[in-house]
Design a protein around this ligand. Structure first.
Ligand code: NAD
Length: 446
């Protein structure tokens, strides 16, 4: 099938590469000409495991193409996926200007039957909005009779495992009010659900809500366990044991019950806030979801509270070694990463930072540029802890999971670890002579 994908970011590029992998003919379109030039030369704009190999292979085999021209991308396309960004506005509502711009551009160009697929995460009613913008443009061109259908097909992939998630999704959700379009969409996705995972057809608005409900549910679980972790620290419990105690209940389950320094990234924070403002717009207070957001904002500062207790406000003679900057492992994405709040605060209190992340360097350099020589970027994890007063673990990349603590102790100025991802065993670290602070397991330090 012929497919056009508009927006070649984390979602658009993965979607395009995976559809090409199944034998489709795919054009990826992006306004960013530098990105397109890079992709044509095999240079990925993002880090995502397995993506580069897949993009290069499908380009070489003549199934995947890149262009800045929507006209070129749309020629012969049966499907046009909109996968542009929908960042939060000041009030938390999703900014739809890029989606609207794409809809308008499609309306000005399209000249044959087209299924427009909203892949971007967009508020309820956006499919109707996209349809009306396209119809307006068609009318202006005297082409009212041209059939253009709009469907909602939210994306549930996780950065860091995006290829795997797209190739083998738990489910595919398609919101459509047209039986023929739904059938065509199902045919497009059939190769991805050979394992019998479901393709769930539903009305458009339910599909639009499903994406927000899924992310809000996951955010709620994270904020819930983080609140319990705070209580554990206050009364002397161990959140890891509590997690085991509740997660083994089949009604509850284990996933997304890891205490830490809160969620970040381009999805949970913005989608939770959009759901709250959507509720307000429609007179439905989304109290639980709103609290998930507030708890998360507080949680990003959890380690700073522990540092306060250990050293007080003034950190002007302290050097912190930071392991991990990205909002989670296996990605270079720094959007809303807890590391941003933590590092900015440490530097504001006078500390010096030595930071290491396996992939997020370039992004991090842009963000922390303002701190000048108060932040140094190390080329490996051991260098980042040379002569530091404390190690802070902020992203749980695999290589941080089992370091040689004896080596660490030798090179650090003080053997103190603040672990924002609960990666280490508190008792073991205590035996090794470390002062160890984490989230919801601090009774061992008392
Ligand atoms: P991104 O910022 O990485 O990429 C968006 C791309 O769209 C950019 O390359 C930008 O240049 C391009 N673009 C913007 N306006 C354009 C236009 N008019 N024409 C052509 N290209 C244009 O965004 P992303 O992380 O891929 O997210 C895209 C959407 O998917 C968002 O709505 C997001 O919420 C949703 N989503 C993201 C994830 C994720 O893990 N990143 C997961 C599920 C859903």
């Amino acid at each position: 099938m012929n497919i056009c994908i508009v927006g070649t970011g984390y979602v658009g590029l993965v979607t395009g590469a995976c559809f090409a992998e199944m034998g489709n003919h795919v054009w990826c379109v992006d306004l960013d000409t530098e990105k397109i030039a890079g992709l044509k030369a095999g240079v990925m704009p993002i880090y995502e495991p397995g993506l580069k190999e897949m993009v290069i292979r499908n380009s070489q085999e003549g199934r995947l193409f890149f262009t800045s021209s929507l006209k070129e991308g749309l020629s012969d396309a049966l499907f046009c996926f909109i996968a542009v960004g929908t960042p939060p506005q000041e009030d938390g509502a999703a900014d739809l200007s890029a989606v609207q711009a794409v809809a308008q551009a499609i309306g000005k160009i399209v000249d044959q039957y087209l299924i427009v697929v909203n892949k971007s995460t967009v508020p309820v009613g956006t499919a109707d909005l996209v349809k009306s913008i396209i119809r307006q443009e068609l009318k202006a061109r005297g082409m009212e009779s041209l059939e253009v259908d709009v469907v909602s097909n939210p994306e549930f992939l996780k950065e860091g495992a995006a290829i795997e998630d797209f190739l083998r999704p738990d489910r595919v959700v398609i919101g459509s009010d047209n039986v023929r379009t739904l059938e065509l969409m199902k045919r497009l996705y059939e190769p991805f659900v050979r394992n019998q995972n479901p393709i769930i057809g539903m009305d458009i608005r339910s599909a639009e809500i499903t994406k927000y409900a899924a992310n809000a549910m996951l955010a709620l679980r994270i904020s819930f366990i983080n609140e319990i972790a705070g209580l554990c620290d206050a009364v002397g419990g161990d959140v890891a044991k509590v997690r085991l105690g509740i997660g083994t209940d089949s009604r509850i389950g284990m996933p997304f019950l890891y205490a830490g320094i809160g969620y970040g990234g381009s999805c949970f924070p913005k989608d939770v806030r959009e759901l709250v403002t959507c509720g307000h717009r429609h007179g439905v207070p989304m109290n639980l979801v709103e609290m998930a957001h507030h708890v998360n904002e507080r949680q990003k500062r959890y380690l700073l509270g522990l540092i306060d207790k250990r050293w007080g406000e003034d950190l002007s003679d302290k050097v912190f070694g930071i392991w991990g900057l990205a909002f989670k492992p296996q990605t270079d994405d720094m959007r809303e990463a807890p590391s941003i709040i933590i590092i900015n605060e440490l530097v504001n209190r006078g500390a010096t930072i030595k930071a290491f992340d396996p992939e997020a360097f370039e992004e991090a350099k842009k963000i922390f540029y303002c701190h000048g020589d108060k932040i140094q970027f190390s080329s490996n994890m051991l260098d980042a802890v040379q002569g530091v007063d404390s190690l802070m673990l902020l992203t749980e990349w695999h290589q941080f999971r089992q370091p040689n603590f004896t080596d660490l102790k030798q090179v650090m100025r003080q053997p103190i670890i603040f672990d924002g991802r609960n990666q280490y065993n508190p008792e073991q670290l205590q035996q090794l002579g470390f002062e160890y602070f984490c989230v919801g397991r601090n009774r061992y330090g008392k």
